[in-house]
Design a protein around this ligand. Structure first.
Ligand code: FAD
Ligand code: SIN
Length: 521
């Protein structure tokens, strides 16, 4: 079936929903999402959204903290822009019905996280993302100009390549006409043609064996754009959150928000000793790359499987009020945080790199925008400052809306796009070929391309991934398309990009730490 629309939005997290609501004032929006519409990284965000809110804080301080965390690789112009525009975008979230916690005097209760010099994180208990997603979705569901297609999976974007043209990464004027979309309910592949397409597909956590990201995070948007010969950047900067709950067998890993360390929680080794001061004067509240590496080092040198987060000295009532979800989770596992320390380990959490965009969220492909975690805007550089991601998503969703809606009148929907050709393909009888390969990708990436890397490990990972790539391409050619098959293809692509970009960067900087390389100063 061919479907036509003004705006095609791929993804229903904070980025896609924020854009869709704004775009609906200018035209018809189709929002497709591969799972239930609320399932997204956004839904699980705990700590909150950073914004300069009180007089004690300033744009300059937030800019300085962001640049400092980013290891010298942030684009300062973008940092300043996001932080300057951020407050207005957060205000819009509030106007759309998002609740953030307040103190008794009516002021917002601003929290602190690693790398922030001020309390500036607006939050709703420890379930901020769930609250934002709830508020945005309730608006989107009531909007007549937005049609949601859930359980629809975007396979590839459509460009002139699908009309027979030869397209390379050097081709000028590659143009996006929409996307091929698989209805995972009935297996039909629709051709969705749009004047403007918005990639809002989120992160890629499942390229690693241990991640805080839900199962949807398979890097689809980045892989689709890379295949279409769009440009991507900074893929080596993979953020590992220092404190996910150590609970073997639980996938994805449950996050223990950094805000607990902002509230006074202290990291200790199994013998009850503090260790972070050895690594950084900011102790347990140093930026994430430093804390994750310190934990990794302590675990490896001591031969222990996890470290501990000590909350026993904290105010019980305040803790339960601020972190009810985490408290319940721990209690259900028999860990009373006021009696026992919480076992934690680092887990993949966020991808700083992604699809290159300019300050208007435009990719290198005409009429294709990228917003949210799948985009690389220049805000994060080599390491993202905590709670800057939700902020980046709303700022760039707004900018994408402004630019794309003003261009809408001039764009014609492309005709004569061929439907998806599935001729000669057959059903996959052995799902094990896909599930086992996915596990292999995750093992390769976790073991060789994790928190600490070396040239030898990267080379080994590259060679192993190449075998999986060749096997998977053959499956992709011969078998009927499924979501799992496409996700595996995308995960292999993401793994390849992370390794390739890691090999290229000949220094240790931010999240990219190579054992034998000099640290960038
Ligand atoms: P997502 O919210 O991940 O949404 C992506 C959407 O795209 C989903 O709807 C998905 O189904 C859809 N999709 C993906 N591929 C396809 C496809 N092929 N076809 C169709 N649909 C597709 N950041 C902060 O700033 N503050 C925090 O406190 C914070 N806490 C976090 C806690 C956790 C546990 C996690 C995992 C992340 C946290 N982050 C936090 C990061 C932040 O939540 C994410 O970066 C942000 O929510 C990403 O939003 P997004 O809209 O770009 O993508
Ligand atoms: C957290 O709550 O620790 C996560 C915050 C973030 O990822 O920005």
């Amino acid at each position: 079936m061919q479907i036509k629309t003004d705006f095609l939005v791929i993804g229903s997290g904070i980025a896609g929903l924020s854009f869709a609501l704004k775009a609906s004032t200018k035209g018809k929006v189709i929002l497709i999402t591969k799972s239930n519409e609320e399932e997204s990284n956004t839904k699980y965000a705990q700590g909150g959204i950073a914004a300069v809110w009180h007089d004690t804080d300033s744009i300059e301080k937030h800019v300085a903290d962001t640049l400092n965390a980013g290891g010298g690789l942030c684009d300062e112009k973008i940092v300043r822009m996001v932080i300057t525009e951020g407050k207005q975008r957060v205000q819009e979230l509030i106007e759309l019905g998002t609740r953030f916690d307040k103190k008794e005097n009516g002021d917002y209760d601003l929290a602190k996280e690693g790398g922030h010099s001020e309390n500036r994180i607006l939050h709703y208990k420890d379930v901020t993302g769930f609250e934002i997603e709830r508020a945005l979705l309730s608006q989107v569901r009531n909007n007549k100009n937005i049609t949601i297609y859930n359980h629809h999976y975007s396979i590839d974007i459509i460009t002139q390549h699908h009309l027979g043209a030869v397209v390379t990464s050097q081709t000028q004027g590659i143009t996006c006409f929409g996307a091929y979309v698989l209805n995972t309910g009935n297996g039909v592949i629709d051709t969705v043609l749009a004047k403007t397409t918005i990639m809002a597909t989120g992160g890629a956590g499942h390229v690693y064996a241990t991640t805080t990201n839900p199962a949807i995070a398979t890097g689809d948007g980045i892989a689709m754009v890379y295949r279409a010969k769009g440009h991507v950047k900074d893929m080596e900067f993979v953020q590992f959150h220092p404190t996910s709950l150590y609970n073997p067998g639980e996938h994805p890993s449950f996050l223990i928000t950094e805000a607990i360390r902002g509230f006074g929680g202290v990291l200790k080794t199994l013998d009850g000793r503090e260790f972070m001061q050895k690594y950084d004067s900011r102790g347990s509240l140093a930026p994430r790359d430093i804390v994750a590496r310190a934990i990794d080092n302590e675990m490896k040198t001591r031969g222990e499987d996890y470290v501990l987060l000590d909350c026993r000295h904290l105010d019980r009532k305040g803790f339960i009020e601020h972190f009810p979800n985490i408290y319940d989770k721990c209690m259900n596992l028999g860990i009373d945080p006021f009696i026992k320390m919480i076992p934690v380990i680092p887990a993949q959490h966020y991808l700083c790199g992604g699809i290159i965009v300019n300050e208007h969220a435009q990719t290198t492909i005409t009429n294709l925008y990228a917003i949210g975690e799948c985009a690389c805007t220049g805000l994060h550089g080599a390491n993202r400052l905590a709670s800057n991601s939700l902020l980046e998503a709303v700022v760039f969703a707004h900018r994408a809306f402004e630019t794309s809606s003003s261009a809408l009148e001039q764009i014609k929907i492309k005709d004569a796009i061929p439907d998806w050709n599935a001729e000669g393909t057959e059903q996959t009888e052995e799902m094990i070929l896909i599930t086992q390969s996915q596990k292999e990708v995750q093992q390769i990436m976790s073991n060789y391309v994790g928190i600490v890397r070396s040239e030898l490990r990267l080379k080994r990972a590259f060679d192993r991934l190449e075998i999986l790539f060749n096997e998977n391409e053959k499956l992709y050619e011969e078998k009927v398309i499924t979501r799992k098959l496409c996700e595996l293809r995308n995960l292999i692509c993401i793994g390849y990009l992370i390794i390739k970009h890691s090999m290229r960067r000949k220094e240790s900087v931010g999240l990219h730490y190579m054992v034998n390389y000099k640290k960038k100063t």
